[in-house]
Design a protein around this ligand. Structure first.
Ligand SMILES: *[C@@H]1O[C@H](CO)[C@@H](O)[C@H](O)[C@H]1NC(C)=O
Ligand SMILES: *[C@@H]1O[C@H](CO)[C@@H](O)[C@H](O)[C@H]1NC(C)=O
Ligand SMILES: *[C@@H]1O[C@H](CO)[C@@H](O)[C@H](O)[C@H]1NC(C)=O
Ligand SMILES: *[C@@H]1O[C@H](CO)[C@@H](O)[C@H](O)[C@H]1NC(C)=O
Ligand SMILES: *[C@@H]1O[C@H](CO)[C@@H](O)[C@H](O)[C@H]1NC(C)=O
Length: 948
């Protein structure tokens, strides 16, 4: 190839005048082109000799650039076709730059020497170009955790040296390509050891041709796709396999009987499909450790015998299956057994746990038909028999008839030192040194164990991490693992913090080094962990919202964009760490003991209007918490709709086991607080339930759903400009009441469009006080708390200082106002609404020149009276400095004056009585506040007059 011609072209096109001293001129020009295309390139990228001057992230050999590794440095921009000019490039790694967007240019196919192409955790989209199949030297291809769409290019089949293929966590569709005549396919990848395709939208059947005895695959991971048809028996030919994941697809048919030929297989996930036929017979699979066959349609069967005789089983999950009969006692004595989850089946007879594995941590047999339990008194770990006959009647008080007991979970602790309080924003390392750690989540996709408390595993993982960092001479003081958790994909999530040893923060080259260790699986964890994905903690929204003032301060102290992120995130998570340590204590007492249930027909005398519901009643009125009655879900648990005995429709918010606030005392505090606030723009608490380990709040039912849902147009209700003003004034009044009239005052802490509900007449009602904080009466105008809230709505000042004031709610409300105007989410495609509006705003123009951003729904109506004042108010609410923001009552006044401008009477009831609205209440007589417990017509709000 003629380099000089290309160099000339580049010189012309890019007008690069500097001539390299040592580095090849084409490479210099191409690097300068990348530098121009990206923001946040390393600060030492200056001069004309990248190789000679040691540009961060660039490695050279014989004056040619052979490696570009720029992971986790906050690069912003697109990957341009200029990448093709690095003709000697072997490694291209741009992982963990959330702001890298656009597609991969087809010209990448020119990089014929490329061995590593690693673009993990960016925001690349579009199709993966076919030319990728020209990269004949490629051994490591990791494009996971982006937004790639379209089909998997069949040309990948030509990558005959490929060792690692990871396309997981994208939006890939279409079939799994296999070879056909001259068309290549994945079946040709006979040197590939890792197939990671989970979390996409792949469809079609699994081609039998995909697997053959020539292959050396160890991991075959296709979980969470839309694959149909049956599992081909050719899978049984790939003897090297250690982990198979086909769970969470639409697979049907019987499981091939030769699966037990796979004698190296340790992990098998087939759950959540439509598999039929006999339960697989896994006899003879001598290293099988983790098996999940849940939620399929296998034939009814007794507990299979292989389960009791397998010597290696650590984890058996068979929930929602048809297994029946008594549980053979031998099952528990599998020597490695840690977890047994067999809920929602038909097991019966007498449960007898006498001989059991010393490692056994959890036996979950909820909702079976077990009649008796022979308590031998030696098994003390978690056992759940809730929903079995043995838990009815007198048995119901036994500890195994409750759920929500806590299991121990590992977290790195300080050794041989006393943790010191650190300056705000820094964290204490396990060696008790204060610094800004690098933070992120490790996702282990196919571990062969399930015990979250076994410190020997996790200490070994810490050791492997430290060893890998040491090998590369990275200045790491220590690592900390915490927040261990099985996520909804059955991945083991571990929160990782890496602490610097030399300074109080890592420099860019070290961050790149650490990221590489994590992307290329250099760590050799104890073998049962298996491969992982890593994603650094990312709070783009918070960074974005820190514009102007506070950002300037931080940038002064930090070296680059990524460090800004570190500062902010450590602040957030320091508080979390502190709490975690205290969280272990679980209070078994009933804090409600002092409330006498028998009095006042179940009403609690101390709490005006709040009822005590029995778990049975709530279970009954939600059809056993059936999916049909589910109307919402979130981190806290689920929300159901039901009609209680009085005939009132209610929304029942049931805390998920594990998400609970810990002690019932906090729950009680929350109820007491909720029972004290009464306003027509706040959702009213009807009652609660605290029994059988459940924490349930019962609210009035608000029929028209969330503001967010209505803005997205899903509900079919047209929110025109007038109605939006009504919603704004209503929710502002609710918040003003909480801040200024409630006694003691309440800060909501999680104001957002999903927490504003609309009733029959589109009156706004603020909901979800789960995070609320009472203002103490201690003279301070703020409370110091752990940072909670929702990204995108969070007040940057609160985030920085942890000092919560009413103004934090004002900030969040400003975001909601911007949503009302634009109908877009606060963070969309990596951009933050405040910045988008601020940048687009031109006060000299009509509607401030925001036409492009305004929700077309309101734009199509008549003129937007008062629009500019509304925007001014919203932007005032999201002022950087809390002191510059208005109070909620000032906000109310201002919206009222805008309404008057728009010809609305701010004190009239909602406009939705006008015939245009046809909501669910049509045809039924509207009875305002018909329920006796949520009656605002009395003491609280004398001004409300509702037509009957
Ligand atoms: C890249 O490939 C295209 C066609 O495959 C070719 O025209 C072009 O010259 C190549 N560029 C370089 C720098 O080799
Ligand atoms: C691929 O990248 C890894 C990590 O930087 C490196 O160790 C390895 O040598 C690279 N492979 C080649 C062929 O450059
Ligand atoms: C694999 O399984 C099939 C069916 O169970 C059996 O006939 C065959 O002999 C097995 N092959 C090997 C190599 O074990
Ligand atoms: C399971 O397979 C083993 C050996 O392949 C066999 O001995 C046993 O009878 C089978 N069990 C059932 C229930 O089919
Ligand atoms: C347990 O279930 C099996 C199968 O449904 C049934 O045959 C058996 O009688 C039941 N045993 C008891 C004690 O109810």
């Amino acid at each position: 190839m003629d380099h000089s011609i290309h160099a000339c072209l580049l010189l012309v096109i890019l007008q690069i005048t500097s001539i390299a001293a040592v580095t090849n001129t084409v490479d210099v020009s191409a690097l300068n082109a990348l530098k121009h295309a990206w923001q946040n390139t390393p600060t030492n990228w200056v001069g004309s000799d990248p190789c000679g001057d040691g540009w961060v992230g660039i490695n050279c050999s014989d004056s040619r650039v052979i490696s570009i590794t720029l992971s986790s440095i906050g690069l912003n921009g697109q990957l341009s076709g200029d990448i093709q000019y690095f003709s000697e490039l072997q490694t291209l790694d741009l992982s963990y730059n959330k702001d890298l967007t656009g597609s991969i240019p087809p010209a990448i196919g020119n990089l014929t020497k490329l061995a590593n192409l690693t673009l993990i955790g960016c925001s690349f989209s579009g199709q993966i170009p076919d030319t990728i199949g020209s990269l004949q030297e490629l051994t490591f291809l990791a494009l996971n955790s982006n937004s790639f769409s379209g089909k998997i290019p069949s040309s990948i089949g030509n990558l005959s040296k490929l060792y690692w293929l990871d396309l997981a966590d994208n939006k890939l569709t279409g079939p799994i390509p296999v070879s056909n005549g001259s068309t290549p396919g994945l079946d040709m990848l006979v040197k590939t050891v890792h197939f990671h395709f989970g979390m996409n939208q792949l469809s079609g059947t699994i081609p039998p041709q995909l697997f053959s005895s020539n292959m050396v695959l160890i991991h075959s991971l296709f979980d969470s796709n839309q694959l149909t048809g049956s599992i081909p028996s050719t899978l049984g030919l790939v003897k090297t396999l250690k982990a198979i994941r086909f769970d969470r697809n639409l697979l049907s048919g019987t499981v091939p009987s030769n699966l037990n030929n796979l004698t190296n297989l340790s992990v098998l996930h087939l759950s959540n499909n439509h598999l039929t036929g006999p339960m697989p017979n896994l006899t003879g699979m001598n290293v099988l450790s983790y098996v999940d066959l849940s939620n399929n349609s296998f034939d009814a069967t007794d507990v299979p015998s292989w389960i009791s005789t397998s010597g290696s089983l650590t984890t058996l999950v068979m929930e929602d299956t048809q297994i029946q009969g008594a549980i053979p006692p031998a099952l528990f004595s599998n020597p490695q057994l840690q977890t047994l989850r067999l809920k929602n089946s038909r097991l019966n007879g007498t449960l007898n746990i006498t001989d059991f594995s010393v490692q056994l941590q959890l036996i979950d047999l909820q909702n079976n038909s077990i009649q008796n339990f022979v308590e031998s008194g030696v098994y003390h770990n978690e056992l759940i028999l809730l929903g079995n006959p043995v838990c009815e009647g007198t048995g119901a008080t036994a500890s195994y008839c409750k759920s929500g007991q806590s299991m121990s979970s590992y977290s790195t602790s300080s050794v041989n030192c006393v943790p010191v309080p650190c300056p705000s924003g820094q964290s204490t390392s396990p060696n008790c040194k204060c610094s800004y750690p690098l933070m992120g989540t490790l996702f282990f996709i196919s571990p062969s164990f399930s015990d979250l408390g076994n410190s020997s595993y996790y200490e070994a993982l810490e050791g492997s991490l430290m060893k890998s960092f040491g090998t590369l001479q990275l200045p790491v003081d220590s690592v900390s693992l915490s927040k261990l958790n099985w996520d909804s994909n059955d991945y083991l999530e571990i929160w990782l913090e890496v602490f610097p040893s030399a300074d109080d923060r890592f420099n860019q080259s070290v961050i790149i080094g650490i990221s590489s260790v994590l992307s290329y699986q250099f760590i050799e964890p104890p073998p049962h962990f298996g491969p992982h994905h890593y994603l650094p903690y990312c709070s783009d929204s918070s960074v974005n919202s820190m514009s102007s003032v506070s950002l300037g301060i931080i940038i002064g102290a930090a070296i680059g964009g990524f460090l800004v992120l570190l500062v902010l995130t450590s602040a957030g998570f320091y508080a979390y760490r502190q709490r975690r340590r205290a969280d272990r204590v679980i209070n078994q007492n009933n804090p409600f003991a002092s409330w006498d249930r028998s009095q006042s027909r179940g009403r609690i005398p101390q709490l005006k209007g709040v009822r005590w519901f029995s778990f049975e009643e709530l279970k009954k009125c939600t059809g056993g918490f059936s999916e049909d009655s589910e109307i919402g879900a979130g981190g806290f648990g689920k929300v159901y709709r039901g009609t209680v005995a009085s005939g009132q429709q209610v929304a029942i918010k049931r805390a998920q086991q594990g998400s609970m606030q810990g002690s019932g005392h906090e729950f009680k505090t929350e109820i007491e607080m909720l029972s004290r606030v009464h306003h027509k723009n706040l959702v009213c608490l009807v009652g609660f339930c605290f029994e059988q380990g459940e924490q349930i709040l019962v609210y009035e039912y608000i029929p028209n759903g969330t503001l967010m849902g209505n803005l997205s147009g899903k509900s079919g209700i047209l929110l025109d400009w007038m109605r939006r003003l009504q919603v704004a004034v209503g929710s502002a009044r609710g918040l003003a009441y909480l801040h200024e009239l409630a006694d003691p005052p309440v800060i909501h802490r999680d104001v957002k469009s999903t927490n504003i509900l609309l009733d029959e007449r589109l009156n706004a009602k603020v909901s979800d006080f789960g995070l609320s904080k009472l203002m103490n009466d201690n003279g301070k105008s703020y409370v110091t708390t752990q940072v909670k809230g929702t990204l995108g709505y969070m007040d940057p000042e609160y985030f920085m200082t942890h000092q919560l004031t009413e103004k934090s709610d004002v900030y969040s409300f400003g975001i909601v106002m911007l949503e009302l105007i634009t109908a877009r989410k606060p963070i969309e495609r990596g951009t933050y609404i405040v910045r988008v509006v601020r940048v687009a705003m031109d006060k000299t123009r009509d509607l401030y020149g925001l036409h492009e951003l305004i929700d077309p729904v309101i734009l199509s109506g008549k003129t937007l009276e008062g629009f500019e004042k509304f925007v001014d108010l919203a932007m005032n609410c999201v002022q950087e400095l809390a002191a510059n923001r208005p109070t909620m009552s000032e906000v109310v006044k201002e919206i009222e004056s805008i309404m008057e401008l728009a010809g609305l009477n701010p004190n009239a009831e909602s406009t939705s009585t006008s015939g245009t609205y046809e909501g669910p209440s049509k045809g039924t007589l509207y009875r305002p506040y018909s329920n006796e417990f949520c009656d605002y017509s009395g003491d609280y709000l004398p001004s409300i007059v509702q037509p009957h």
